[in-house]
Design a protein around this ligand. Structure first.
Ligand code: SF4
Length: 526
């Protein structure tokens, strides 16, 4: 089944406690999937990471530990008590270990092996990956290769050792009970577990689950619920895929970028126009809250830098400040989101946690300067999301491919969203996105001490300024020459070249970076 990115799955989300989509949001979802696959209350879980994993220096700083535990406890964002996840686990009688070993996890981006035991004694071992931007996959269950991404309802029928023919017989018997069946996989395991995997666009009725359970050869079943807002459905296809197709569709139907986003996401989700707008309004409410909370100084920042968003806001109205108009508001709003994210506050990753200040900052700044209301902010947000969905078809918003995959992408989204709010055409929005990809191409991922603070916050400020400058430049007639679609491909190519480079030579390797890393808890043991 061919899959297409959804704006609310791959671009405007996840909604998660900060600071990272791949190291906090993705692991939170992995924890939820692990819980469903265990099928009972967890009693003991050992998470094993490859010693070469980028999470080695960041699993505490980026709250991977708390996210995995919260998911295991069945908690979904925005959840209370996230900072106290370890204490919550103890209260629930759940023991959790985190260990780094010389192991290989195939397809390792941020691979994790989960060895789990439930309170009723069931045991299972899963191999998972946090694949960037809040996406994740369960790629192995007890030695049987799987492809569970949390974007379907899944019913898994477990057998003992079985042939392909035996699994196909079971699948044929189960299929009539499935509603909106998207895919059936008969997975012969290497050990004594084989699985029939039924992926559907609708949840299973309890009565049908019981009928499937009774099929001869089925030992036990597991129901796995989606962790993404938009559930994949084989009959849901987008009206366009590439930037060129989108512009042509807009011209043919007289649609601006916001209307194109509504048409796209309505088709992907099946929710209709009002359903899409309702979810976008929810996201804007989370963003607004993160700006307000970030400016309130209520939540202490966890890390090594001082908060400054409130001071930056107050400074711009003093005579010493250079009058940058909308940009001045955008910069402190962006910093407010990043600070709130780093205090474990709930944010919307756009498209990632590390870049979560850029689109909110640009929209907020434009809103302040232009007197725009919340509905206009929702328009700008969806327009930015549309640019991201075009990119997500080809690229993965993960710092594993350099900071350009996060901050540069966020800058391109913000530029497109802002050009729309300024009355630009979809072609101009794409040109703006191209200009921003050109402007900030090649950034490496090099956070100090595994925290999304330095240089991440500085880059959010730079991206906000770049997005606003580029929006005016394009609307003023700047010739970007290279089409948006070519710049996406270029960014992917550069990402393959610079992968991991930052961790060897970037800001984290400055003397200050090395010193702060040496003082961080991950390096000193818990
Ligand atoms: S340097 Fe960029 S990619 Fe790396 S953690 Fe910071 S924001 Fe994310």
């Amino acid at each position: 089944m061919k899959s297409y990115p959804a704006i609310f799955n791959q671009v405007l989300g996840p909604v998660t406690p900060g600071p990272s989509s791949s190291s906090t949001g993705g692991p939170g979802r992995i924890g939820l999937l692990c819980r469903d696959l265990l099928g009972e209350e967890p009693a003991h879980v050992r998470f094993e990471f490859p010693s070469t994993s980028s999470m080695r220096n960041s699993y505490m700083g980026m709250n991977t530990d708390k996210a995995l535990i919260s998911g295991l406890l069945g908690k979904k964002p925005p959840q209370e008590n996230f900072p106290q996840a370890r204490e919550e686990a103890k209260k629930a009688g759940l023991e959790v270990e985190f260990v780094f070993l010389d192991i290989d996890i195939p397809g390792d981006v941020q691979g994790i092996r989960a060895i789990m035991k439930g309170k009723n004694g069931f045991e299972t071992t899963l191999v998972t990956n946090s694949t960037g931007g809040g996406t994740c996959v369960i790629q192995e269950i007890d030695g049987c290769l799987t492809d569970i991404k949390g974007d379907h309802y899944e019913l898994l029928l477990f057998t003992g050792p079985a042939s392909q023919e035996e699994l196909e017989r079971i699948a044929q018997a189960a299929k009539p009970m499935a509603k909106s069946l998207n895919a059936v996989n008969c997975l012969v395991g290497k050990k004594d577990v084989s699985i029939v995997e039924l992926k559907t666009g609708e949840p299973w009725d309890e009565a049908d689950i019981q009928k499937v359970k009774a099929i001869p050869g089925v030992k036990y079943i597991r129901v796995v619920n989606p962790v993404h807002p938009v559930v994949a459905n084989i009959s849901h296809k987008p009206p366009f895929e590439t930037a060129e197709e989108m512009v042509a569709y807009g011209e043919a139907h007289n649609l601006n970028l916001f209307e194109l986003a509504v048409a796209y996401e309505s088709a992907m989700s099946g929710w209709g126009r009002e359903g899409v707008l309702e979810h976008a309004r929810f996201l804007w409410s989370v963003i607004k809250n993160s700006i307000e909370k970030g400016l309130s100084k209520e939540s202490p920042l966890v890390g090594y830098i001082q908060t400054s968003a409130t001071e930056m806001r107050d400074f711009v109205s003093t005579p010493q400040a250079l009058d940058l108009g909308a940009l001045n508001h955008a910069i402190y709003a962006s910093q407010a989101v990043m600070e709130y994210s780093n205090s474990m506050g709930v944010i919307v990753c756009i498209p990632t946690g590390g870049s979560s200040g850029i689109v909110p900052g640009v929209l907020y700044g434009a809103g302040q300067a232009m007197g725009l209301d919340d509905e206009k902010m929702v328009e700008g947000l969806l327009a930015a999301g549309m640019i991201g969905a075009i990119m997500a078809r080809e690229t993965n918003f993960s710092g594993a491919w350099g900071c350009q995959a996060e901050v540069t992408s966020g800058c391109a989204l913000a530029t497109g969203g802002l050009i729309h709010l300024l009355g630009g055409t979809p072609q101009q929005c794409c040109d703006g996105a191209s200009m921003s990809l050109q402007s900030l191409l090649g950034l490496v991922c090099d956070p100090i001490a595994g925290k999304v603070q330095v240089p991440c916050m500085a880059r959010n400020v730079a991206a906000v300024a770049t997005a606003m400058a580029n929006a005016n430049a394009v609307l003023g007639g700047f010739d970007v020459l290279v089409p948006f679609s070519e710049m996406i491909t270029t960014m992917v190519r550069v990402g393959a070249e610079i992968r991991d480079l930052g961790h060897r030579c970037g800001t984290c390797m400055s003397p200050t970076g090395i010193r702060f890393a040496a003082e961080s808890p991950e390096h000193q043991g818990e």
